[in-house]
Design a protein around this ligand. Structure first.
Ligand code: KIV
Ligand code: ZN
Length: 515
């Protein structure tokens, strides 16, 4: 079988999703999980876009051993230098340079003549070739570019040392048939195309990202790009887990293989969802909670008689376990550590101790501790990192159906002082947030608030996700607690803290100027 490489861009294109802002240690956690998932290439970020991105790409490059770690660059020396500085210590370093090739992008965004675009692309790849042996070059908005122009520019960048050519469907405009034909045309018309890998990168604006990617595979590409859970700009990118499973289930159609470890699918998906705060739709293929639920009587009857009647994917194949009780209150730290490893949770000593402590506290309140609980605790303890600046010390809320909800909160400031305030609100959560606003003393706008339970049952933990805007910059945060009000307060404070970290690193807005 032909091997197809998997290029993951969850930490770059995925991180460009509105409201997503990950801490560097969360990005590392995702990168390590992507390595366990078996992706060939991890696009760890866009080093020139901010100091924060630079540092996290560098950290990922220093920890990842099996996957190639690439950073994104515009076609400038400054961007290429930044990628090299960030990834040069990686076991397998690489760069991803892009430049727009469609008439609309060249005329309005780049304000360059096609000839200048060719020269810029050629110069950038030549410059990168001094440092890199793995150079991916992308023709941004390829699917709205003139095919003959693409052949000219691709031939030239290959001559300069590009090793992977990517033709992105940047705006999610193409169709499976058209995208397949584009790759066929490029293979038939670019003289030196056999020297490189061809890559497909699709966005989901018309809901065809996965189908377009699969069609590209049928037309000879040997690398596919996407994100976990399909997160990304606008409608998102192609979902890698859907592509990987489709290739596994239909070898009769695609006849290719990847090195993805499908058993890590659910864990990878959950980790990305929890850390980004981007909830997985219940009916999402492969990883949605309903993906394996048979509801109607006829279907249930069929599955009981023979699973194959209505089940084409075995839940175990993607690592779905029956979320049973895994540990009790008498479990010691050794057993706990072993169980964490089994779940794919690898923590250093300090974080391991914190998680064990949180687990012990939970067993006092909750009868059955499930895999999802451990997972939620891990998310929560991963937030207790060095970068947390404001801390919730205590919270008291008085609520009644005929009285004005009133909250008193104590918060430890970054300077170590405990500040106490009280405020009212139309509802109890509003009163909590009004109180925090008083303490922080900045205009904070709540953009989004979501709550879900970690598991079933009255004793489940509550997970709250919020998105706030402070001085025009948006930030998201999460809080996990037994009590919904405390989880709400923690999520709000977490969003504020994440913004502080961004400011500390001099993080820029996600959109950076183009070239
Ligand atoms: O969608 C796109 O065109 C991109 C490029 C940076 C490759 O993400
Ligand atoms: Zn993209």
């Amino acid at each position: 079988m032909r091997k197809v490489d998997v290029f993951d861009t969850t930490l770059r294109d995925g991180e460009q999703s509105a409201g997503v802002n990950l801490h560097p240690h969360e990005k590392l956690e995702i990168a390590q999980q992507l390595e366990r998932f078996g992706v060939d290439v991890i696009e760890a970020g866009f080093p020139a876009s901010s100091q924060g991105d630079f540092q996290s790409v560098k950290q990922i490059a220093e920890h990842i051993k099996n996957s190639t770690v690439v950073g994104l660059a515009r076609s400038t020396k400054k961007d290429i230098d930044a990628v090299w500085e960030a990834v040069k210590r990686a076991e397998k370093p690489g760069i991803h340079i892009f430049l727009a090739t469609s008439p609309v992008h060249m005329q309005y965004k780049l304000q360059m003549e096609p000839k200048e675009v060719i020269k810029t692309a050629v110069d950038s790849v030549r410059y990168a070739a001094q440092y890199f042996t793995h150079i991916q070059w992308s023709a941004e908005d390829a699917t709205r570019s003139e095919w003959s122009f693409l052949t000219t520019i691709i031939e030239k960048v290959i001559d300069e040392g590009a090793t992977v050519i990517n033709l992105p469907d940047t705006v999610g405009y193409t169709t499976p048939e058209e995208y397949g034909k584009l790759f066929q045309y490029i293979q038939e018309n670019v003289r030196n195309i056999d020297r490189v890998k061809l890559s497909a990168h699709c966005h989901d604006d018309l809901g065809m990202a996965v189908s377009n990617t699969l069609s590209a595979i049928q037309h000879g590409v040997n690398q596919v790009e996407g994100t976990i859970n399909g997160i990304g700009e606008r409608a998102g990118n192609a979902s890698l887990e859907e592509i990987a499973v489709a290739l596994k289930i239909r070898p009769d159609i695609y006849d290719v293989e990847t090195q993805i470890n499908l058993k890590q699918t659910v864990r990878t998906s959950k980790l990305v969802s929890k850390l980004t705060g981007m909830v997985i739709p219940q009916n999402k293929a492969v990883v949605g909670t309903n993906a394996f639920a048979h509801e109607s009587g006829i279907h249930q009857d069929g599955v009981l008689k023979n699973k194959q009647t209505y089940e084409i994917i075995e839940p175990e194949m993607v690592g779905l376990s029956s979320n049973k009780m895994i540990l009790g209150k008498h479990s010691g730290s050794h057993a706990f550590k072993e169980k964490c490893k089994e779940l794919g949770i690898y923590l250093n000593d300090e974080d391991g101790k914190k998680l064990f402590f949180a687990f012990k506290e939970l067993t006092a309140k909750k009868k059955e501790v499930t895999e999802d609980d451990i997972f939620a605790l891990m998310m929560d303890s991963s937030m207790q990192g060095t970068s947390r600046t404001y801390q919730l010390e205590f919270l008291q809320v008085s609520y009644g159906s005929r009285v004005v909800p009133t909250t008193t909160i104590g918060i430890r400031t970054p300077e170590g002082e405990i500040v106490q305030e009280s405020a009212t609100g139309k509802g109890s959560i509003e009163s909590v947030y009004n109180t925090i606003d008083r303490i922080i003393n900045q205009p904070i706008t709540l953009i989004d608030y979501r709550i879900q339970s970690t598991t079933v049952g009255n004793d489940s933990l509550a997970e709250v996700y919020v998105q706030v805007e402070i001085k025009g910059v948006s930030s998201s945060g999460r809080g996990i607690e037994h009590d919904v009000l405390e989880a709400s307060a923690k999520a709000y404070i977490d969003a504020i803290n994440r913004l502080q970290v961004k400011e500390y690193f001099g993080e820029q807005e996600k959109g950076v100027s183009s070239l």
